[in-house]
Design a protein around this ligand. Structure first.
Ligand code: HAM
Length: 465
């Protein structure tokens, strides 16, 4: 039970504590191992970047950019500072104008790049790094992955935090061959499989591309169809008909579902190239034995996507059930000032992944100690210190109490710490050269010489792993 002290973690943030952090480490190590088998290398990125990088990449009308970013001005002048504190950065409108007074000036600063934002995602940063380090000169495609905290000012609830963690990967450069889309998706599913995350569903879709005969034509049709049913939609969807009609398809509102079901579907309006690409992605997934469900409503909430989009949902997460989202974003590097470059990737919500693993009983973090050393006496202490060193070197977790206590008390504590064995070391044991090892689960005891003991524990460990 948390104690209500004066200082508490800020709403939407939290401490991750042992033993749960062992599970986080296990998940991250599995990602390192699985992604390496697909030829991905790790990239470590800054936590903050210029605001414009995210505004341009993700899109100014998206929820992330318009409402959820943690933005501040890095080292403003005193005069700037006094203005900035009066100005919420969220009053930007579709035309790039500010609704309220003086704020035009703030927009200019915002554009000039002085404004800084805690990263809400990392795809934009990876693209920035690709350009900055001339990675187009490397052998293509470049395959990168990352993990770390992201920040979005959303309403906190189960599986939704303001500081959350993502594990993501991006493939940049090379061709837009459907095999790449399929391999990226195969990698995510292999990772989940390695973690024994069961009960997940992979949804895929294609949202076409920006040529006039593809998505824009579909969006026109969609908009026209939405206008006709406008009165039956809620305020959010009504607003989105103007700002981003595709996002209406995302609605979870019960009463809007029958209306959405009648809307035109993008798969029926893709251009020939996108249609062929989508069909090939599906074939490639089948070839790899990856099960998927087509979901024509999967449009994703960030503006940079084109063609393939995908999402993985997991059990036990309530409404925040997406554990992974991704897709293709071929225009993004160019939009950020780089050369024309293909791109596809995904990000896994690590917090949600952990919750889901716990929910299905795969979240038991290893607990306790291998060996608790119950020692009494000066000679015994010297032997105990030596034993602890040797056992730890051999990879065992060891609790060596700093002060001596009666064996009864020591065994109680060994139990409390969920130790597997207690090594009993009194001055007698030390002078005899025979040490007593007690198995706490059944109370049995055996005597060993020092080298025998290490050998015995090694064998037991090998047997149980
Ligand atoms: P996204 O769908 O915004 O995509 O986020 C990916 C995942 O991050 C979500 O599916 C969810 O599991 C997790 N997530 C997002 N917001 C929160 C939150 N507030 N609390 C907890 N978990 C959250 C992206 O971020 C893209 N950059 C993915 C991508 C990479 N697309 C291409 N490459």
């Amino acid at each position: 039970m948390a104690n209500k002290s004066k200082f508490q973690a800020i709403r939407g943030t939290r401490d991750l504590l042992p033993p749960e952090t062992a599970l986080w480490n296990h998940v991250e190590q599995t990602a390192h191992a699985v992604f390496a088998t697909f030829g991905f290398g790790e990239i470590r990125l800054p936590i903050f970047e210029t605001t414009e990088l995210f505004a341009r990449s993700i899109g100014i009308e998206t929820d992330v950019v318009s409402k959820e970013m943690y933005t501040f001005y890095d080292r403003p002048s005193e005069e700037q500072a006094s203005k900035i504190f009066e100005m919420p950065p969220k009053t930007l409108t579709s035309g790039g104008e500010f609704i309220e007074r003086k704020e035009k000036e703030a927009f200019q600063r915002y554009q000039s790049g002085e404004s800084t934002t805690l990263r809400p995602e990392a795809t934009a940063s990876v693209c920035r790094a690709y350009i900055e380090h001339n990675m187009q000169q490397l052998s293509q495609p470049v395959k990168l992955y990352y993990m770390g905290p992201m920040f979005r000012r959303e309403r906190p609830q189960k599986g939704r935090y303001r500081q959350f963690y993502q594990i993501g990967a991006e493939v940049l450069g090379g061709a837009d061959t459907p095999a790449i889309d399929a391999e990226v998706i195969e990698m995510v599913m292999t990772f989940f499989d390695r973690l024994e995350l069961t009960g997940i569903e992979l949804d895929i879709n294609s949202i076409g591309h920006n040529a006039p005969d593809c998505r824009p034509a579909y969006v026109q049709k969609l908009k026209a169809a939405l206008e006709k049913v406008k009165d039956q939609l809620g305020a959010d969807s009504q607003r989105r008909i103007e700002t981003n009609p595709l996002r209406v398809l995302d609605s979870k509102l019960e009463n809007e579902q029958p209306i959405i079901a009648t809307l035109p579907r993008i798969a029926d309006h893709l251009c020939d190239e996108c249609k062929a690409h989508y069909a090939a992605v599906k074939r490639q997934l089948e070839l790899r034995g990856v099960f998927f469900k087509e979901n024509w409503r999967l449009v994703r909430g960030l503006d940079y996507y084109m063609r393939t989009t995908f999402e993985v949902t997991a059990q036990g997460l309530g409404s925040q059930n997406a554990v992974c989202g991704g897709g293709r974003y071929d225009g993004l590097v160019e939009l950020l000032g780089g050369p024309p470059t293909k791109g596809i990737g995904f990000a896994i919500g690590e917090d949600r992944l952990i919750l889901s693993l716990q929910e299905i009983g795969k979240g038991a973090a290893p607990q306790g100690r291998d060996v608790y050393i119950a020692w009494m006496g000066e000679h015994a202490y010297a032997a105990a210190v030596r034993a602890a060193k040797d056992l730890r070197r051999a990879g065992f977790s060891v609790e060596l109490p700093p002060t001596e206590s009666k064996f009864g008390k020591a065994l109680e504590r060994a139990d409390k710490l969920r130790s597997r064995y207690a090594l009993i070391l009194g001055d007698n044991e030390v002078s005899e050269g025979l040490w007593t090892l007690k198995t706490l689960a059944d109370g049995s005891q055996q005597k060993f010489t020092e080298p025998e003991l290490l050998e015995y524990l090694r064998k037991q460990k090998a047997l149980s792993s």
